[in-house]
Structure formats: structure tokens, C-alpha cells
Design a protein around this ligand. Structure first.
Ligand code: CMC
Length: 431
């Protein structure tokens, strides 16, 4: 390759400056602008990081125009069809699919760590029952650092591996406790002989001392939903995890920060907002066309929640899989939910309406998931914690990749200052 193909030239007041191009294996190549300030005196301004790659990554690939999502090269459709959540977690974190022995020992290790310290159970019981579970979840994940200090050293491979297993294991227990605390029910102990999702459903929904057998269709559906949520490259929460970890904050603190970012309705909180939106349409008894008109008129900032995405300008491949699953789950449970009909009507209208077509707004992963979670018996406030449970492997993989990257530096963006110039302090009596 010639020099010209490996760099771009920027003409500035101080002459022209060359910047190297960093090639991608797939997707957009990047212009390396780190020396721009030193060479030209300029910084780049990119609110919302619309055009800024913060790192190079080998974990997840998205082609937003074609509606493609792959973890470590494997298409999401194949993983959702043939894999399991913990196998996908291993793949994301370690880079390759595990051998049968590696898979079994990983699953066994995670299952064995699902029990939490008794004091941690007490701690989970100290939050008001009415607290939003996302606030409790981020506090609980942050608190793991205090209960498992032996897993904190970010520079030792074994401690990072221990923290990885602890996070996957404890997050499952924490999520079931979030549900039970809200319901005023006792917190159950794990049963190591059951599968990760099977036992999660038992710990969440079982009546103490009564036999609980989770419906295999529901176990499979939830396992697939967790796979679909497992990673999504440099989204808002993953970026928060990376930037927190870039200060060498411990992995629990970094992921707790990611959980807080995920709670926002423009991010993971959208799944709860979608259900509230569908319920408000149902209750208000106005038809979906009236609601769509409100969205298009941007009345009171109303958005069609579960629609649109920064990267996908095509159907979100995760939404396509979830939509199919919603039918199967509702049929298995014998649930006839009017909300599913409303969602389908909204989608049909939106996909043929100029407002949405011109802006390339399609259903995203959050559009149909809430309907499934609701049918399974989850309160809407639990939808985003379920997203967080699924996203745990992705956050861990992103944090580990960042820590192992020799190019990593503390995240510290620049700004363009537009405030007052220097002025002298005025005493309060003179103001
Ligand atoms: N309903 C109505 N209009 C929308 C929507 C929507 N859901 N999403 C975007 N738009 C409009 C927006 O008003 C703007 O219009 P205009 O050009 O007239 O100003 C245009 O589309 C571009 O929107 P944007 O806000 O600049 O796009 P963005 O890339 O900054 O935002 C988004 C992406 C996901 C925050 C946004 O689409 C949104 O708010 N969607 C609803 C919330 C949601 O479903 N979030 C879950 C995302 S997927 C799961 C996850 O990653 O957590």
C-alpha cells in the first residue's frame, strides 16, 4: 500500500498535516487523530460520539445498514439457534467457542458461585421494597467489591477470571432477589444441579418448599433473550464501563457504572418504557394512528419507544428473533395479550410511514422483549435488570479487552470552552 492509501491529509491554517488510517477487518476504517492537537492546535468536536471510535475491538461486529450482528465473527442468528447463554458468555470473554471440557468446567464454576454471602442477602434486604431494581442492582454489583476483595486485582489473570465468574454467577442471584424483594417474598438459595436459566426462573418464581419445574419453552426463550443482549460493541453502557475501567477502577465499580447508564430510557430502560407506552395506548383507548401522529408531531417529546437506533438503519436483527419468540412464548403460556396486537399495529404503520422510513427508524431489540417478560410473570421494572443480566458477559469482555490493550489510556475527552473569559470576583455586597 502506498503512503497515500495509508493516511489522509488535512489542510489547516498551519499547513497540511497527515494522519494515519487504521484499517478495520470489516466495517469503517478509522483516521487516527490523536496527534491533531499537537500538530494543529485543533481538537475534534463530536457530541454523542456520532463519528468517534474510542478503541479497536475484536469482540462484536455490527453492520447497521445491513442489519448484521456478530459476536467474535459468529452471526447472532446462529448463536441464538444453537448456543446457550453461558457458552456465548465464554465466547465473548475468551474469544473462541469452548471445547466440551472447557464449557462444562466454566458452567460448573459459574453455577458453584451463585450462592451469595449471608450478609449480602441481608444487604439486599435493606433497600426499600419500592426501590427501582436498577438502582439496587448497580449498588449490589458495586458492593461485590466489598464481599469478594480477593477478586479485585485488575493486573492478575486469575483474579480477573475469578471476578468474571463471580459477576456472571452473582448477577443471576441478584436479579432473582430484586424480583422477590419487590414481591415481598423470601430470597431462595441456588440449586447447583439445575441449569443457569432454569434455576434463575426457580429462584425468581418458586414458592418455598414447593416443587418448581420451569417450562422448557420458557427456559429456552429466556436463554435466547440473554444471548441477544450479551454484547453490542461500543454502546452507551459499554463505553461507560470502558471509561470507568480506564482509570483502573475495579471491574465491579466499572460494571456498576454501566448498569446506571443502561437504566436510561434511551438505552436499556427502553424495554420498560415500551410496555408503559403500549399500556398507555391500551388504557387511553385511542387508536395507534393517533399515537403515531403525536410521535410525528413530537408532542411533549413523545417518541415511539423501542424504535430507532444509532447504528441500525435497518431492522435490528435481534428484534426479528425476539418477535418470532414472542409468538411461541405467548402460545405456550396460552396468553392472548392485546399489547402484542398494539405493538404489531404500531410496527406496521411505522414501517410504511414516511416519517419513520425517511429517518430509517425500525424496531429495536426492546420493542417486543417486554411482552415476553410480562407473559413470563416479570414486573415491568424488572425488564431492564434482565437486559443487564444478559449484558454482563459483554461488559466483562469489553472491560477485559480494554485492560489488556497496550494502547489503552485513561479516558479523558477534550472540550471546546465557550464560557466567560477571565473576570474578577465581585463581592456579594456589590452584586
Ligand atoms: N420515535 C420518534 N422519532 C425518533 C425516534 C423514535 N423512537 N428515534 C429517533 N427519532 C427521530 C428523531 O426525533 C430525529 O428526528 P429529526 O431528524 O426530525 O430531529 C431523528 O429520528 C434522529 O434521531 P436521533 O435522536 O438524532 O438519533 P440517535 O441516534 O441520537 O438516537 C435512539 C438513537 C435509540 C436514542 C433513538 O432512536 C431513540 O430515542 N429511540 C427510542 C428509545 C429506544 O428505543 N432506545 C433503545 C435503543 S436499542 C437498545 C439499547 O441500545 O439500549
Amino acid at each position: 500500500m502506498t503512503d497515500e492509501q495509508n493516511s489522509v491529509t488535512l489542510g489547516t491554517e498551519r499547513g497540511s498535516v497527515q494522519f494515519p488510517i487504521h484499517r478495520a477487518t470489516e466495517g469503517n476504517d478509522g483516521i487516527v487523530v490523536s496527534s491533531l492537537l499537537k500538530d494543529t492546535g485543533f481538537v475534534t468536536l463530536d457530541p454523542g460520539f456520532m463519528n468517534t471510535a474510542q478503541c479497536e475491538s475484536k469482540i462484536t461486529y455490527i453492520d447497521g445498514d445491513a442489519g448484521v450482528l456478530r459476536y467474535r465473527g459468529y452471526p447472532i442468528e446462529q448463536l441464538a439457534e444453537h448456543s446457550s447463554f453461558l457458552e456465548v458468555a465464554y465466547l465473548l470473554i475468551h474469544g473462541e467457542l469452548p471445547s466440551p471440557a472447557e464449557r462444562d468446567s466454566f458452567i460448573e464454576r459459574v453455577n458453584r458461585h451463585t450462592l451469595v454471602h449471608e450478609d449480602f442477602r441481608t444487604f439486599m434486604g435493606t433497600f426499600p421494597r419500592t426501590s427501582h431494581p436498577m438502582a439496587v442492582m448497580s449498588s449490589a454489583v458495586s458492593a461485590l467489591a466489598t464481599f469478594y476483595p480477593e477478586s479485585l486485582d485488575p493486573y492478575q489473570d486469575e483474579t480477573i477470571e475469578l471476578a468474571t465468574v463471580l459477576l456472571l454467577a452473582k448477577a443471576r442471584t441478584i436479579t432473582s432477589y430484586l424480583h422477590r424483594r419487590r414481591a415481598g417474598e423470601p430470597l431462595l438459595y441456588p440449586d447447583y444441579s439445575r441449569g443457569y436459566v432454569d434455576d434463575f426462573l426457580r429462584m425468581t418464581f418458586a414458592v418455598p418448599y414447593e416443587q418448581y419445574d420451569a417450562d422448557p419453552v420458557l427456559v429456552d426463550a429466556l436463554d435466547k433473550l440473554l444471548i441477544l443482549h450479551a454484547d453490542h460493541e461500543q454502546n452507551c453502557s459499554a463505553s461507560v464501563v470502558r471509561i470507568t475501567g480506564s482509570a483502573h477502577a475495579n471491574i465491579y465499580a466499572s460494571i456498576a457504572a454501566g448498569i446506571n447508564a443502561l437504566s436510561g430510557p434511551l438505552h436499556g430502560g427502553a424495554n420498560e418504557s415500551v410496555l408503559k407506552m403500549l399500556q398507555s395506548i391500551e388504557k387511553a383507548d385511542y387508536d395507534v394512528n393517533t399515537f403515531i401522529a403525536k410521535v410525528k408531531n413530537k408532542e411533549d417529546g413523545v417518541r415511539l419507544m423501542g424504535f430507532g437506533h444509532r447504528v441500525y438503519k435497518n431492522y435490528d436483527p435481534r428484534a426479528a428473533i425476539v418477535k418470532k419468540r414472542a409468538d411461541a412464548v405467548l402460545e405456550t403460556l396460552g396468553v392472548n395479550d392485546r399489547l402484542l396486537e398494539i405493538a404489531r399495529e404500531l410496527e406496521e404503520i411505522a414501517l410504511s410511514d414516511d416519517y419513520f422510513v425517511e429517518r430509517k427508524l425500525y424496531p429495536n431489540v426492546d420493542f417486543y422483549t417486554g411482552i415476553i417478560y410480562k407473559a413470563m410473570g416479570f414486573d415491568p421494572s424488572m425488564f431492564t435488570p434482565l437486559f443487564a443480566l444478559g449484558r454482563m458477559p459483554g461488559w466483562i469482555a469489553q472491560w477485559r479487552e480494554m485492560m489488556n490493550d497496550p494502547q489503552s489510556k485513561i479516558g479523558r475527552p477534550r472540550q471546546i470552552y465557550t464560557g466567560a473569559s477571565k473576570r474578577d470576583y465581585v463581592d456579594v455586597t456589590a452584586r
